[in-house]
Ligand binder design. Structure first.
Ligand SMILES: [Zn+2]
Length: 194
């Protein structure tokens, strides 16, 4: 899948909205992304999963690990297509950890998969948790890279599509200057008005 094909699927399903948005961080952006909307389509999830898995078939990935909740659907699909095991990490008192009885073998070959990378923080935290468990992280992947390819997670990383979308404070927001109404798509109340 090309960058454009991925973005096109996101636009068509309403997973990528263009306008004037307040993100959950409070910052304003001209693009709102909600991967869960795109991944409602199992057919699209299979295609995104194949596009990620195809790039790693010769890397002998034993296990795919994803940060919950965002990474679960795509991570599971990539693991299924690689014939790999699938596990996830989750935050416990703010620290990303392996729970639920998941354990790793020494030097187990791991791939970290997320839906979207913004700063790389949750992928880095997942890598730390996996290393603490004894695993070897070979690579990281995501469907979308919102960092404009800037996020550094300390292992080779790729995304199916890259978006360079500035998130700015209200003071610096051009759309605010023009007086355009703002949508908060994460909140139930305003989603229907977007
Ligand atoms: Zn604004």
């Amino acid at each position: 899948m090309t960058n454009e094909e991925v973005i096109d699927r996101f636009r068509k399903t309403g997973a990528l909205l263009e306008g004037h948005f307040q993100l959950s961080s409070g910052l304003h952006s001209t693009v709102y992304l909600q991967c869960a909307i795109a991944l409602q389509s199992t057919r699209d999830a299979i295609q995104f999963g194949a596009a990620i898995a195809d790039r790693l078939r010769d890397r002998e990935i034993e296990t795919v690990a994803s940060p919950a909740i965002g990474g679960l659907v795509i991570g599971y699909e990539v693991a299924r297509q690689l014939g790999a095991r699938f596990i996830w990490t989750e935050r416990e008192n703010g620290t990303m950890t392996l729970r639920r009885g998941f354990t790793l073998r020494a030097a187990e070959r791991l791939l970290v998969v997320e839906d979207v990378i913004t700063t790389g923080g949750s992928t880095r935290d997942t890598i730390d948790a996996l290393r603490a468990g004894g695993g070897e992280v070979i690579a990281a992947a995501s469907i979308i890279d919102r960092s404009g390819d800037k996020a550094d997670v300390g292992v080779p990383r790729f995304s199916l599509a890259t978006l360079e979308v500035a998130a700015v404070s209200a003071d610096e927001c051009d759309a605010c200057q023009r007086g355009e109404p703002i949508a908060k798509p994460g909140s139930r109340k305003s989603y229907s008005s977007v």
